[in-house]
Ligand binder design. Structure first.
Ligand code: SF4
Ligand code: FES
Length: 247
């Protein structure tokens, strides 16, 4: 008999379910299958009603995040062979409202992302649309923010963050990391505009340096370090404003 693996998935249909429930599927075990392959098998062969998100299947689009045995992971780059012959439990990402089965509501994250203005800001606004000249940047200048450009907005760091779990108003790891990314781009002049948001009551100072965001980040963005460096920047700015008598 072919080898099998058991996968238990959280089910929730807002039209028919009052509460979350669990459903277990036995599927053929393939050493080279990712969890996304397993979900696609379940949907095609066993239960077409199962709902989950994915797009690129190569750890780029950031849409297939879910809790895998309690840890936020990307389904497309997490493989069955890590768990076999043990069983696998799949749940929707923690700390977000559930829409259906493994699909969560990301509006809160998207609104915060917009607030941090993740684009290059110039003091002279006409510069932003001016394509007639280049803004030359050295490799060293690019190194200052390159790591944060790798973020794919998968929100695994929000699912891992106990502060966001307790205080949903917290701006959160990825949004701060993206603010850091633009603040440290030599072409950008928007640090003051972002500071109001990043240094607000719900900004960087709410972070208690647990570090789980960095642990789960599939792209090694290190959001925790971005948050701590942004704290230093804000404290330094406050100190110099104080010296200048602006405080
Ligand atoms: S910082 Fe990492 S975990 Fe957080 S959204 Fe970006 S890629 Fe995902
Ligand atoms: S399907 Fe795009 S990141 Fe997994």
């Amino acid at each position: 008999m072919a080898e099998e693996i058991k996968i238990t998935v959280t089910r929730y249909n807002p039209d028919t379910d009052k509460e979350l429930r669990q459903q277990t599927y036995s599927i053929p075990y393939h050493n080279d299958w990712g969890i996304l392959d397993a979900l696609n098998y379940i949907k095609a062969e066993l239960d077409g009603s199962l709902t989950y998100r994915w797009s690129c299947r190569m750890a780029v689009c950031g849409s297939c995040g879910m809790m895998v045995n309690g840890t936020p992971r990307l389904a497309c780059s997490t493989y069955l062979n890590e768990f076999y012959p043990g069983e696998i439990t799949l749940e929707p990402l923690a700390n977000f409202p559930i829409i259906r089965d493994l699909v969560v509501e990301l509006t809160d994250f998207m609104e915060k992302l917009k607030e941090v203005k993740p684009w290059i800001i110039r003091k002279n606004k006409s510069d932003e649309d001016d394509t007639s000249s280049e803004y030359i940047q050295t490799t060293k200048q690019m190194d200052n923010y390159y790591q944060q450009t790798l973020c794919i907005n998968c929100t695994l760091c929000y699912a891992a963050c106990p502060v966001y779990g307790l205080h949903p108003d917290f701006v959160g790891p990825a949004v701060i990391a993206l603010g850091y990314r633009y603040n440290n781009d030599s072409r950008d002049q928007g640090k003051d505009e972002r500071r109001k948001f990043l240094a607000s009551e719900d900004g960087v100072w709410k972070c208690t340096v647990v570090g789980d965001c960095t642990e789960v980040c599939p792209k090694h963005v290190d959001p925790s370090a971005s948050i701590q460096r942004t704290k230093v920047d804000n404290a330094t700015n406050w100190f110099f404003s104080f010296l200048k008598g602006n405080k």
